[in-house]
Design a protein around this ligand. Structure first.
Ligand code: SF4
Ligand code: SF4
Length: 276
């Protein structure tokens, strides 16, 4: 996973600290330079990899993210490159990518874009052959939209639901959301992780713009740096030091959950190997 300094977004979701945030020009320049350095590193280091961009804000409205993904998609040692996105930006740029190696982790934000427009974008993705998942934050006010989205999308497009921060789900509510996303049960409660083995820091890492390598986005302690090569010595089997893990990009690596098998073939873009 890579996350640079970019923290701005064109959307204004009530549940997000990055809503309508603007980055000053100097930060955007720094983000662009950091991404360029990262792509150069990936190009030069021919290690089999999968890369997921997890920007704080929205990356695909910035040309340098689109260009980076296109460039990386043509690297033979990369199994896949994916990005989390609100799908606000047009998707025509994907025509220049190797579409067998690009994937999008998209989120529908019903207060920010009409269902019709969002579905039109999804249709373009389906037509282009790019793999993508679609998700919704499981807020009660968004249940009807989430159902409508599930009904409108092709059956082979996985719709995931993220439990809303700070919301406790009654058994009835959990059933309603599970009817949309059969794997909602993994999101609805934080996973107890302290002392449990996790692939984070063994074969999965989180990279910051300056090359700092951490096990995952949720543990601050660095295990090395990408650009001085010290990260390699930092990789080893480890157990989690946090009490719980409540974010999909984290707990998907928590070994006792076995979710790597569930998401085999679609680990970074959040597409399970099979779903009803
Ligand atoms: S689209 Fe994502 S990053 Fe942008 S405001 Fe909404 S939740 Fe935040
Ligand atoms: S369980 Fe979550 S917080 Fe703990 S090491 Fe794994 S990804 Fe990080």
């Amino acid at each position: 996973m890579y996350r640079g300094p970019l923290a701005s977004c064109n959307y204004d979701c009530a549940y997000c600290p990055f809503a309508k945030r603007r980055d000053p020009p100097a930060l955007l320049r720094a983000d662009r330079a950091a991404l360029s350095r990262f792509v150069d590193w990936v190009e030069e280091n021919r290690i089999p990899m999968r890369i997921l961009f997890t920007p704080w804000g929205e990356g695909l409205t910035r040309r340098w993210y689109r260009d980076a993904i296109v460039r990386m998609s043509h690297l033979p040692h990369l199994d896949r490159v994916a990005i989390q996105t609100n799908l606000a930006a047009r998707v025509g740029w994907l025509a220049a990518a190797d579409r067998t190696r690009v994937a999008l982790w998209t989120t529908f934000h019903p207060t920010q874009i009409s269902m019709e427009r969002f579905l039109a974008r999804c249709g373009e993705l389906s037509d282009s052959g790019v793999r993508y998942s679609v998700g919704v934050v499981g807020l009660p006010a968004q249940l009807a939209d989430a159902r409508a989205l599930r009904a409108a999308l092709p059956k082979d497009v996985y719709v995931w639901i993220n439990a809303a921060d700070g919301h406790t789900y009654s058994p009835a509510e959990e059933r309603e959301w599970t009817a949309i996303d059969p794997l909602f049960g993994h999101s609805v409660r934080p996973h107890i992780s302290l002392g449990r083995p996790c692939f984070a820091g063994e074969d999965a890492i989180s990279v910051r713009g300056d090359g700092t390598v951490r096990r995952c986005h949720f543990i601050d302690e660095p295990i090395g740096n990408l650009y001085d090569g010290s990260w390699r010595a930092g990789l080893k089997p480890r157990t989690c030091v946090n009490a719980t893990c409540d974010c999909h990009i984290g707990y998907v690596h928590l070994k006792p959950l076995g979710l790597r098998d569930v998401f085999a073939g679609g680990l970074i873009e959040r597409i399970p190997a099979a779903f009803p």
